[in-house]
Design a protein around this ligand. Structure first.
Ligand code: C2E
Ligand code: MG
Ligand code: MG
Length: 573
């Protein structure tokens, strides 16, 4: 303390000197040792606020060297704007004998301010009179910095988070607008993280993400910003690129580095990465738009099975069209806009009606003429196929129950998508739906295509066996167009094979198609499967199929798909 700090008019008397000596004597070696090891600043003043002792932390905070003159509670130590307030609080502590907190700024050796919180407490003499004060000083600058850091960084990787990414990209775009430079945004996705977490647990997943983050930072170099955007998604912002090719080079380097093995618990783990790129020329575009464009490009790369995709306007249009279609599908499902059309399946020898294939129709599709070949895959992508499939199955079972009252041996053949077959409770639901409608399971045929075998053969075969236990019949649709081999066909518990329309169309036209049809018919006979030829349009095709020994057919030659009332009329006839 200065001899006469501002606002403190205290005479320097012998008595005061005595008190100082007395207080000073309390600061012995053990006290110093202890105080110098505390993580906060500690000081002692006399009644006129002269600093008698400051520990190491406070001295360092104040930029005070051991050889300097003793610390003074003046404008060189406390920020000039805060000094009066601090002195006033100190006086109150001494006058009233109560502890107080005061937040202020200290000025360090370089003249920059540090925010501190001081706790001041009175020091009594033997008679209980307050003769000085002790104080602790906690550096708030670090806490503030830590809080700021935490608000702008990801906990796991310590990389900038979305908030900092946005601020950084915004600034980069502003700079690029002046310098006419190119800014590239790379959306980086890690493959297979989910698989690794399933196999090795979340802690291993976290370690992998940290390793990948470090590797990404090293790959893109110090001039680019790397931020963690989501669980296994990073966004890189690269400025001052010479052009699009440089961004692609950077993306290739990222893909290469993510392709190298990561080591987790001594084992090599392979992830791989994909990158979507969006570019801003001369600062054009906004943060949200660029990040979203790069994300769209990433999704495209994933869909196309390629490691890198550069955003273009067509991608955006596609994404928007898909979103619109998804919304319409959802609404259409709520409003009951999906119905079934029924296409007769006939016995080839006599042309007698045996049953119907149920085909989904959208009463009010957003695009005229949109058929199931478009909206069924869209419903699969939107996660709606479960609900839509169930709705259609229920309709088909209701019809079946009606028709079975007229003709007990009629059947309805319902198409199932691969996603539906993967649902664990499919067999129970099919059984329950049949029971609700009061239909005999023997009249329900379920059509699957060979694509059900693409994911998990064992599970598909298991699901099919469960369906067989319900009492329904199974058909292999579009046979000959898929990837499966005869080996698989032998393993599938199917009853009917449907020869794909493309082969039927080639009958009598292409020798190859004719011999494929002959081979399929021969094979089905050997395995004991019934046969349905699809897409029969001419009497010539029907004749050839008959000659080759095919039992059943459907196609425009016999009837186009019709509504339920027309189908019922055909049954009555
Ligand atoms: P699919 O199961 O092979 O159905 C046969 C398709 O061929 C139907 O097309 C039918 O209208 C058409 N078709 C029938 N006879 C002829 C013919 O003589 N000539 C020609 N050119 N075409 C004929 P659609 O109704 O457009 O259905 C297309 C595909 O959509 C179906 O092929 C099936 O894979 C799928 N699909 C239809 N309804 C559903 C459904 O309810 N659920 C599922 N998961 N998929 C369905
Ligand atoms: Mg079908
Ligand atoms: Mg088919």
């Amino acid at each position: 303390m200065s001899e006469r700090p501002p606002g403190c008019a205290v005479d320097v008397t012998d008595a005061a000197e005595r008190v100082r000596a007395q207080l000073g004597s309390r600061i012995n070696a053990p006290f110093r040792l202890l105080a110098d090891h505390l993580p906060i600043g500690v000081f002692l003043t006399d009644g006129s606020q002269r600093v008698l002792y400051a520990n190491r932390v406070l001295s360092e905070l104040a930029g005070h060297e051991p050889d300097d003159a003793p610390l003074e509670l003046d404008a060189a130590l406390v920020h000039p704007d805060d000094l009066d307030r601090v002195v006033a609080v100190a006086r109150r502590v001494i006058e009233r004998g109560e502890s107080r907190l005061v937040d202020c700024r200290l000025v360090d050796g370089e003249g920059s301010a540090r925010a501190v919180r001081c706790r001041l407490a009175p020091v009594p003499d033997e008679a209980g009179r307050v003769v000085g004060l002790v104080g602790t000083v906690a550096d708030h600058t670090d806490v503030e910095r830590q809080l700021e850091h935490r608000a702008t960084h990801d906990d796991l990787t310590n990389l900038p988070n979305r908030a900092l990414l946005a601020a950084h990209l915004d600034a980069a775009l502003a700079r690029a607008a002046l310098t006419r430079a190119t800014v590239a945004v790379l959306f980086v996705g890690l493959n297979r993280i989910g698989v690794v977490i399933d196999a090795l647990g979340h802690a291993a997943g976290d370690r992998l993400v940290r390793q990948a983050a470090r590797r990404l930072v090293a790959t893109v170099g110090p001039d680019a910003l790397v931020s963690r955007f989501a669980e296994d998604r990073f966004v890189v912002v690269a400025e001052d690129l010479p052009g699009a090719e440089a961004a692609a080079d950077l993306a290739r380097a990222v893909v290469a580095s993510m392709g190298d093995a990561f080591v987790i618990e001594g084992d090599d783990v392979f992830l791989g990465g994909i990158v979507g790129i969006a570019m801003a020329e001369s600062g054009d575009g906004t943060v949200d738009q660029l990040v979203s464009d790069a994300g769209v490009a990433l999704a495209h790369a994933a869909d196309d099975g390629v490691p890198i995709a550069v955003f273009d306007a067509e991608m955006r249009a596609e994404v928007e069209a898909r979103h619109t279609l998804e919304r319409s599908l959802r609404r259409g499902l709520e409003r009951g806009e999906f119905l079934l059309a029924y296409q007769p399946i006939v016995e080839l020898a006599e042309g007698q009606l045996l049953g119907f294939e149920a085909l989904a129709r959208w009463v009010d599709p957003p695009a005229a003429g949109m058929g199931p070949a478009q909206f069924i895959p869209a419903a699969e992508d939107a996660g709606l196929i479960g609900a839509l499939g169930q709705e259609l199955l229920a309709q088909a079972c209701e019809q079946l129950a009606h028709w079975q009252r007229v003709r007990s041996d009629v059947f309805v053949s319902v198409n199932l998508s691969a996603r539906q077959l993967a649902e664990p409770d499919l067999a129970q639901r099919v059984a329950a739906t049949l029971a609700d409608a009061g239909a005999d399971p023997a009249g329900l045929h379920l059509e699957i295509t060979e694509t059900v075998l693409l994911d998990d053969v064992e599970r598909a075969v298991e699901s099919l066996h469960q369906l067989k236990l319900v009492g329904v019949r199974l058909c292999l649709d579009d046979f000959g167009t898929g990837y499966s081999s005869l080996t698989y066909l032998c393993r599938l518990p199917v009853d009917v094979v449907k020869i794909d329309r493309s082969f039927v169309a080639g009958l009598g036209v292409s020798d190859r198609d004719s011999s494929v049809v002959a081979a399929i018919i021969g094979m089905a006979g050997t395995l004991g499967h019934d046969l349905v030829a699809e897409g029969v349009e001419t009497t010539a095709q029907a004749g050839r199929l008959r000659a080759l020994g095919c039992d059943m057919a459907q196609g425009y030659l016999f009837s186009r798909p019709v509504d339920a009332a027309a189908a019922a009329a055909m049954l009555d006839a």
